[in-house]
Design a binder for this molecule. Structure first.
Ligand code: ZN
Length: 464
């Protein structure tokens, strides 16, 4: 299996530290708000990579952190008239609802929180200080980037770019502009912890380095995240971790491309900022997941009403083949496994694995699924044996499980007409037209669909 390593800017054969085991870390959300569509991409893509490792028989330790102390949390807590801790709790809960909707393997993910690792963070910074990599200026502790010969090796920036790209800092205490803060001195009213440098709180970059070392060890196999994190965040993680341990920090660095909205960069100022929760009010989040895996993870993808509609229609086509197989399986006779199909299935599986082995080319993996789907639709009928159908379903669902799709039972599926009525009702509710919403609810009841409004969107069930 080959993965594109940002460190070397090339595809490399993946060789794990320990045979058949993978230690993976993906930078997680700062929990001060609902996650946006852009956050969904690394969540889905690296979950898909994890699923593929599992498919290949690897044991995966998968860590995604929560940044639960940060300027953004402090400001938002003031705004919402709550505490930083309560705010973090709330948005961690909401995050978990969203990623479950995206069919991320939440129960197989370790989710450490920065505030649970303050002791480790202080110890880590203390060691850096003792080794001469950190300096304290009146309670603010900085990392001395000039001590690192290969600083900039991940983002491949030259020293000038490193300086101009560093986050603008209002204070001019730093010895070099590219130095970054490890420990921030307490400001009145902010949450703080006691430390050898006085009361304060950790900087952002140090959190990931410490949680990785505490949970996974000095060197991990794969560190992943959005490409916007390469500099300064990941560069600084490498600098401080390798300064401390003298060992390589992560063997493979994987970065996903960005999601554009209607061909424009997503930003709050352009007013094209969508949260996953917004999307879930209109579409099943499985469609968002399918949309994400339909593109190559390193290229930008364009989110628009059309592209998401297309993804929904394509996903339905894949579902139709699953539905066909399961219904044939119920009524068709037993018999021999068809050898032509057997050979075909080997080819489909090979194409799928070849795509995934080539730097997680999920776009081509999806194509392999469509080839399988077309074959099922064309050649399977009342005369196909149970054995042939079962083997085909197994291969088809193996692929689907890696991509994290088609996990709903056929019974869960509803027709487009019903979807349209539900959508109309959602719109009515958004417009506070409760009379129309109620009428549409009754219309659904008449055709045997009962709906319920829950915190993760509208749920429905068939009634008799
Ligand atoms: Zn990080």
């Amino acid at each position: 299996m080959r993965l594109y390593n940002t460190l070397t800017r090339q595809k490399e054969e993946f060789i794990p530290i320990a045979s058949k085991k993978v230690k993976m870390y993906v930078c997680g959300p700062t929990v001060y708000n609902y996650i946006h569509v852009g956050n969904a991409r690394p969540a889905v893509i690296f979950d898909t990579l994890r699923r593929y490792f599992k498919y290949k028989g690897f044991k995966v330790t998968y860590v995604v952190n929560f940044t639960d102390i940060d300027d953004k949390l402090i400001n938002k807590a003031l705004e919402e008239n709550t505490t930083v801790k309560e705010l973090a709790e709330k948005y961690i809960r909401e995050y978990l609802i969203d990623v479950r909707g995206l069919n991320i393997l939440v129960d197989e993910t370790i989710n450490p929180r920065a505030t649970e690792h303050i002791g480790g963070i202080i110890k880590f910074i203390k060691s850096l200080e003792e080794k001469g990599y950190a300096y304290n200026i009146e309670g603010n502790v900085y990392f001395d980037t000039t001590k690192i010969k290969d600083y900039g090796k991940l983002s491949k920036k030259n020293p000038d770019e490193l300086i101009s790209g560093a986050r603008a800092d209002v204070n001019n205490e730093k010895q070099s502009p590219s130095d970054f803060v490890l420990w921030k001195k307490e400001k009145p009213g902010e949450p703080s912890w006691g430390s050898p440098w006085g009361k304060g709180r950790p900087g952002w970059h140090i959190e990931c380095s410490v949680m990785i070392r505490d949970i996974l060890g000095d060197t991990i196999d794969i560190h992943a995240g959005g490409e916007d994190l390469q500099f300064p965040h990941h560069e600084n993680e490498i600098a401080q971790s390798e300064a401390l341990t003298g060992k390589p920090f992560a063997n493979y660095w994987l970065h996903n491309g960005m999601i554009n909205i209607n061909d424009e960069k997503m930003s709050k100022s352009l007013n094209n900022f969508f949260t996953v929760r917004d999307v879930s009010k209109e579409y099943n989040l499985e469609i968002l997941r399918f949309f994400i895996v339909s593109g190559h993870y390193r290229k930008p993808i364009n989110y628009s009403r059309e592209t998401i509609h297309q993804a929904g229609a394509s996903l339905q086509r894949l579902y139709n083949s699953k539905i066909k197989l399961t219904s044939l399986l119920e009524k068709n006779p037993s018999g021999e496994m068809d050898n032509t199909v057997k050979l075909k299935l080997l080819n489909f599986r090979r194409d799928f694995e070849k795509a995934m082995d080539d730097d997680i080319n999920t776009a081509d993996a999806v194509t392999a699924m469509f080839e399988t789907s077309k074959y099922i639709n064309t050649y399977f009928d009342e005369s196909t044996t149970k054995e042939t159908i079962q083997s085909t379903l197994d291969v088809y669902m193996d692929m689907a499980n890696v991509l994290g799709i088609l996990h709903k039972e056929p019974d869960d599926e509803i027709t487009d007409d019903v979807k349209q009525i539900i959508e109309k009702r959602n719109e009515a509710r958004r417009n506070k037209d409760f009379e129309l919403a109620d009428a549409l609810r009754k219309q659904l009841l008449d055709i045997g669909i009962e709906i319920e409004d829950t915190r993760d969107g509208v749920k429905w069930k068939k009634i008799n």
